[in-house]
Design a protein around this ligand. Structure first.
Ligand code: C2E
Ligand code: CA
Ligand code: CA
Length: 460
């Protein structure tokens, strides 16, 4: 028997996983509500919600569990919302709500209710999983008069909420301005890559038992002709979104390798670490590209280290692991960066070909005051050592922190207390002077507030 036209329409307008209206149905419904509200002079709110860190859940626990979570979220939200509000799944981990007759204040109350409804953990095969989300709100007629316009602006507001970690955010023209500015900046970054506006600074990693500098981390900077030096947090996330991260990472690796070659020639024995982004790890071409660059710069692969994060691996662990193994076989070393902040899976940690973990600065910087952080740092050091890994503490800002880390048998430390990130020439002179200063520094607290970072460094 042929399905009826209404059944067919139902099929193409329903999300098969959650049985909620899909994007197409939501858009039609929003247009309908806009028309009706324009006639009655009323508002309509559109809320767009995106889950935080859903990808990690999906990849640590498997797609089936991820699907189950989305279904449970759909059910919970459906039971929270009453008509005339319409809930839809836009795709992936994005949901949306059309709330007819709802102005800015009501929409904020609704967003807070939705977030509260998600607070209770979800039960996935006996495992309790906490879910967080960010919601963007756009209003008819204030923020747009068409469904497409409102959807785009609710999306912008959602990203603003995510960045600000504020739970929800109402669209503002400033966000539009910001997003236009970001687009402009991206165009400029593309040019910066070829116009020599990027440069690297290097921050030493100091061995806590010998006081020797065993390695440096290369950190990118952008000398913008108008805005001055721009820090990576302002442009790396954008580069990741636009695909510019691939050429940018290759630029960083190339520049770091040229510097490695110079240090190698000077007889300076240090490892140089470069940060890889999530997308770099998913690229099957990266191992070959790296091999080519190592050869052309005549650098011994053991001199180079790559820093990766747990969340980057979790995007596609099988692929990341295969690429890591290829690069490991070439003689490159790996460190897990920001350890403790990601969705870590100990099972993976054991299987990864890494030689070092870097404890995130959020745990390290407060150890003199915070007993909980001491416990976390101590356990991480023990865990690392039990797995045969070197442990580096990041964000060391005081002598007391350094002293406690040494007592906890942490292998190495990096932070403003030893040195700010330095330009290549400053670092080369720093290395020449550092052993004696570091030995003194490890032995006893400096007088007053001075530290060896008082050597020329970056302005904070
Ligand atoms: P990260 O990899 O965790 O790098 C360490 C960051 O901590 C650096 O910030 C460094 O300047 C800062 N830092 C060092 N010591 C201290 C300290 O004692 N206290 C505090 N509060 N901070 C300290 P920076 O250079 O602004 O870089 C920020 C992030 O940008 C890096 O975090 C990394 O994730 C990313 N990044 C930097 N360069 C690159 C790059 O070439 N490629 C990629 N993909 N990402 C990069
Ligand atoms: Ca790093
Ligand atoms: Ca880090």
């Amino acid at each position: 028997m042929q399905p009826k036209a209404t059944e067919l329409r139902r099929d193409v307008e329903l999300d098969p996983l959650t049985s909620l209206p899909n994007r197409r149905r939501l858009r039609a419904r929003l247009e309908q509500e806009i028309k009706a509200s324009a006639a009655d002079n009323k508002s309509v709110s559109l809320l767009v919600m995106d889950l935080d860190a859903f990808k990690e859940v999906n990849h640590t626990m498997g797609h089936l569990v991820g699907d189950e979570l989305l279904q449970q979220i759909g059910q919970r939200l459906s039971s929270t919302l009453a008509p005339p509000n319409v809930l839809a799944r836009l795709g992936g981990d994005e949901f949306a709500i059309v709330a007819p007759g709802c102005g800015a204040e009501d929409a904020a109350v609704l967003a807070a209710e939705v977030l509260r409804a998600l607070e209770e953990p979800f039960d996935l095969n006996g495992l309790r999983v906490n879910v967080q989300a960010s919601i963007g709100i756009a209003l008819f007629p204030d923020h747009g008069r068409s469904a497409d316009n409102l959807m785009q602006r609710a999306d912008m507001a959602m990203y603003a909420a995510k960045r600000a970690k504020s739970g929800y955010a109402l669209y503002s023209s400033e966000q539009n301005h910001n997003s236009q500015r970001r687009l402009l900046l991206m165009g400029e970054l593309r040019r910066a890559l070829v116009q020599d506006q990027l440069f690297l600074v290097y921050q030493p990693k100091v061995n806590l038992s010998t006081g020797r500098t065993t390695g440096v981390e290369a950190l990118i900077r952008w000398e913008h002709p108008q805005f001055g030096v721009i820090k990576p947090n302002r442009f790396i996330p954008l580069a990741e979104k636009t695909g510019l991260i691939m050429p940018l990472t290759l630029w960083v690796i190339h520049a770091a390798l040229r510097q490695c070659h110079i240090w190698q020639q000077l007889g300076i024995e240090i490892t140089t670490a470069v940060n890889l982004s999530a997308w770099n790890l998913q690229s099957d071409q990266l191992p070959e590209q790296l091999e080519g660059l190592l050869k052309s710069c005549a650098v011994d692969p053991s001199r180079m280290q790559l820093e990766i994060t747990e969340s980057a691996i979790m995007i596609d662990p099988t692929r990341a692991l295969a690429n890591l193994k290829r690069m490991r076989a070439m003689g490159l070393k790996f460190a897990i960066d920001d350890f403790g902040t990601g969705y870590s899976s100990l099972a993976y940690l054991k299987r990864l070909p890494v030689s070092e973990i870097k404890i995130d600065k959020s745990f390290v910087s407060n150890i003199p005051e915070d007993e909980d952080d001491v416990v976390i740092v101590r356990s991480t050091i023990d865990l690392g050592h039990n797995l045969g890994l070197e442990v580096v503490a990041e964000g060391v800002e005081s002598h007391e922190t350094l002293r406690q880390l040494a007592a906890l048998k942490c292998d190495a430390a990096q932070g403003f207390f030893m040195s700010q990130p330095l330009t290549d020439t400053d670092l080369t002179s720093w290395l020449a002077e550092s052993p004696e200063r570091l030995r003194r520094l490890l032995a006893k607290p400096p007088r007053g507030k001075s530290s060896i970072s008082s050597l020329r460094g970056e302005p904070a």
